[in-house]
Design a protein around this ligand. Structure first.
Ligand SMILES: C[C@H](O)[C@@H](O)[C@@H](O)[C@H](O)C(=O)O
Ligand SMILES: [Mg+2]
Length: 435
């Protein structure tokens, strides 16, 4: 593998520090849905200090408040994978490093590759990617977009997925096509299309929905997601309101956050179909592939797609969702999948399956992460914007050193080196949860 860092002296990771940060978003019902009535947007926030003064890698796992300390503890148990290691030795053998980390012989019993432990791995890997991109002097999407196909394939651990995607197939998908389509230029000029959830949280009053809709449409948004699943009459009222506000051309999505059984999902969505929802997100358990498939089959005649993925535990489950044709829209989550090394194969499997990827981004820092994935997906993987849009929520960006930049309801490609995930020191200090 030849990533070859442009370094004179190798950079060593000196220490890993993890902080439990929590913001009281539930006070304003921001982020609320049918199954999470009081989310406090939080994170286990990792900082890797290095032998280079002032240079650090920052990453996180997004959480909802209580329980963040559990992920933080898991991260501490994995410290020795990075402390006193050279960055070069990690990224030049990234596939092996990744495999060793997510398969730690003792910790693995708590997973494998799922739940708290996998999110802990994600936070650590996210911080390594931030560090690598900073050292390379590029934003992560650009670091990836500039890699040769083989370099990208070398980042991927094909364990448990090679029956669906082989390294050769991955190479073929990534093989550079002519530069005649200037997709990077397109993104710089127009940005990547987004939709927003910030007018549709379940706990918002009619007045808040109206105010948020007015504000967000003045910022150029014309696609809105509405939380559903708690009360049918209230769902119908809120969808009617947003349909009125958006007009017949506006795009409306619905999100049930796993609230229903399969038959309930179908019956409930039949009652909402007249408002023409573009998709229903997480209609049932995130682990129930065949259930999703049944909902998809039942709703197809109504023109309602099935979206899922924010709680899809790993690349193996995503593989099965593709194999079972159980989803129309793939919603990767940047802190549940274990960073770039696992998002990459999911993007590639989605491309093989012909499924658009529309990342999940309601949460702390998720917009900052996923913008890198959509830019890269457009430039090197799917090479398409057809049926694609990335979630945007407007909360807590002010706590980041380099927050997302939006223009006319679209994400502009990030320009700063790194993963845009470094938080302001003052914010970390203020939001640190003290027991
Ligand atoms: C608790 C969270 O805000 C979720 O409601 C949120 O991530 C949501 O599912 C989304 O799709 O944005
Ligand atoms: Mg959702």
């Amino acid at each position: 593998m030849h990533h070859n860092l442009p370094l004179d002296c190798p950079i060593r990771i000196v220490s890993l520090k993890v902080t439990d940060v929590r913001f009281p978003t539930s006070e304003g019902s921001h982020g609320s849905d049918a199954i999470h009535p009081d989310p406090d947007y939080s994170a286990a926030y990792v900082e890797l200090t290095t032998s280079e003064a002032g240079l650090k890698g920052c990453g996180s796992a997004f959480t909802l408040g209580r329980g963040t300390e559990v992920i933080a503890k898991n991260i501490e148990s994995l410290k020795h994978y990075v402390e006193d290691k050279k960055l070069e030795s990690i990224v030049n053998n990234f596939r092996n490093f990744y495999h060793a980390l997510v398969n730690d012989g003792q910790m693995r019993w708590l997973g494998p590759e799922k739940g708290v432990l996998h999110m802990a791995c994600s936070a650590i890997l996210n911080a390594i990617w931030d560090l690598w991109a900073k050292v390379a002097g590029k934003p992560v999407w650009k670091l990836l977009s500039d890699m040769r196909p083989q370099q990208l394939v070398d980042l991927i651990d094909f364990t448990y997925i090679s029956d669906y995607l082989t390294p050769d197939e991955a190479l073929q998908i990534l093989a550079e096509d002519g530069k005649e389509n200037d997709r990077e230029g397109y993104l710089n000029a127009n940005g990547y299309p987004a939709y927003t959830t910030s007018a549709g949280w379940l706990g918002y009053s009619e007045q808040t929905i109206r105010e948020q809709h007015a504000l967000l449409s003045s910022q150029g948004f014309d696609k809105f997601k509405v939380k559903v699943g708690q009360n049918l009459e209230s769902d119908r009222a809120r969808l009617r309101l947003l349909r009125e506000l958006c007009g017949p051309q506006g795009v409306l999505m619905t999100d049930a956050n796993q609230r229903w059984s399969v038959p309930e999902a179908v019956a409930w969505m039949r009652q909402l179909a007249e408002f023409q929802p573009y998709w229903i997100e997480e209609p049932t358990s995130p682990d129930d592939m065949l259930g999703h498939r049944a909902v998809r089959d039942a709703l197809q005649p109504l023109g309602v797609r099935v979206a899922t993925g924010e709680m899809c535990q790993n690349k193996v489950l995503f593989k099965q969702f593709f194999q079972a044709a159980a989803l129309d829209v793939c919603q990767i989550d940047a802190c549940r999948l274990a960073s770039v090394n696992e998002v990459l194969p999911v993007l590639l499997m989605a491309a093989k399956a012909g499924v658009p990827v529309c990342p999940h981004a309601g949460g702390l820092g998720l917009c900052e992460y996923v913008q890198h994935y959509i830019m890269f997906d457009y430039i090197r993987v799917s090479r398409s914007l057809q049926d694609r849009m990335c979630e945007y929520s407007s909360h807590l960006h002010e706590h980041f050193v380099h927050p997302v930049r939006m223009k006319n309801g679209a994400y502009l490609p990030p320009e700063d080196a790194g993963f845009n995930t470094e938080m302001l020191a003052t914010s970390v200090e203020q939001a640190e949860f003290k027991k």
